[in-house]
Design a protein around this ligand. Structure first.
Ligand code: MRU
Length: 366
């Protein structure tokens, strides 16, 4: 996708052939800042500090983190250490573990001198695969949007999304936003309600930024506004991303997603979740077993933004000494999910639905 008309990605190999470029998402939307990762510690920090975030992008960054570690020291000890170190940076998005397990399986059997090249090659492959996977999610989601748009008789289709499951959360295209970009590019009039997504504001800072730069009509709303808009008939469809889908179709995503699913259910608004295969955790059955990241209370107690003089500042929003809690994700039970949009097509949020798209998992699931 583009920033100021320039095709951009969230992560790339630098021209030196070994260091890794990222867009610093903590600086967006006010400053477009690029950073270079040179060590596994840099990659881990980028994940932890959310300079990169979003389930698929965390996975790609971790893969490059292993490559950086192997460049410095390709021993068994260094490989094991890098895999454990990167895995502990964020707990909820399964893509992180998916990428690290993939790297472990490929690198462990190799002679140590072959590991760095193999890790870089695989990290690049995972990044390219993510782009194509997200593109296909978009094509499949476009069919759904086309169907629902038929009832709108040329009026814009109003889609609500939460957090940022856009190209900034992936390498390109995004998951929840890919169908929206495909529909917009196909000439279907769409309008997006962008949940601001407190406490970190990924909707306000990132999704609105993306949509603005791609020219997709959108309106930023306070998180609490979604239910009201649904009651008024102003939301035709909800599409969100996810950090982990269980084998039974329960969906972990950014805190607040569950409330939107409840409101959508009560108002008969279709609620879809877009995801790549790497977000399905076939080893976990129930959403209650998904580890939920608890982040610093400071994120709830303060907000950051740009002052009128252009300076970026962080300000307190409650009395000094106010206790706060910050669970970063919640779980939407499968029964509240109308359907899943994947690179292989659409299915119900259920074991049967998932196995209909991924039949190769049947023997594992049996
Ligand atoms: O805490 P974040 O910003 O990493 O959370 C991101 C989300 O919750 C996204 O919706 C999810 O990772 C899907 S990204 C395609």
């Amino acid at each position: 996708m583009k920033i100021d008309g320039v095709p951009s990605r969230t992560i790339w190999l630098q021209p030196d052939g070994w260091s890794v470029g990222i867009l610093d998402q903590t600086a967006l939307p006010h400053v477009v800042k690029r950073l270079t990762l040179k060590t596994v510690e840099d990659a881990a920090h980028a994940i932890k500090a959310m300079q990169v975030r979003g389930a698929p992008l965390i996975g790609v960054t971790a893969a490059y983190g292993v490559a950086l570690a192997m460049r410095a020291d390709p021993s068994d000890t260094a490989l094991d250490g890098a895999l454990v170190f990167l895995a502990e940076q964020r707990p909820t998005a399964v893509n992180l573990r998916w990428a690290l397990n993939d790297l472990r399986e490929r690198l462990a059997p190799l002679a140590s001198k072959e590991r760095a090249a193999a890790a870089y090659a695989r990290a690049a492959e995972i990044a390219e695969d993510d782009i194509e996977t997200c593109r296909r999610i978009g094509v499949n989601g476009l069919r759904l949007i086309e169907e629902i748009a038929k009832n709108k008789r040329g009026e814009p289709l109003n889609i609500l999304t939460h957090c940022n499951a856009g190209w900034l959360a992936c390498v390109d295209w995004g998951t929840a936003t890919s169908p929206i970009y495909h529909a917009h590019d196909a000439g279907i009039p769409v309008h997006v309600w962008v949940d601001e997504t407190r406490p970190r504001g990924q909707g306000a800072a990132l999704t609105a930024f993306e949509l603005l730069h791609h020219g997709v009509p959108h309106t930023l709303i306070a998180d609490n506004a979604g239910g009201h808009l649904m009651q008024k008939g102003d939301v035709d469809l909800v599409i969100v991303g996810t950090d982990r889908v269980t084998a039974c179709g329960d969906v972990a995503n950014k805190i607040g997603t569950y409330l939107k699913a409840l409101a959508a259910h009560d108002n008969r608004v279709p609620f879809y979740v877009a995801l790549p295969y790497s977000t399905i955790d076939w080893n976990v059955e129930q959403g209650a077993d998904i580890p939920i990241e608890e982040r610093s209370a400071d994120e709830v107690l303060r907000v950051a933004g740009r002052l009128s003089d252009g300076a970026i500042a962080t300000v307190a929003i409650s009395a000094e000494g106010t206790p706060a809690r910050n669970p970063a994700f919640d779980v939407t039970p499968a029964r509240l999910v109308t359907g899943l949009i994947t690179e292989r097509g659409l299915c119900t949020a259920s074991r049967e639905g998932l196995l209909s798209l991924y039949p190769e998992r049947k023997s594992v699931a049996a």
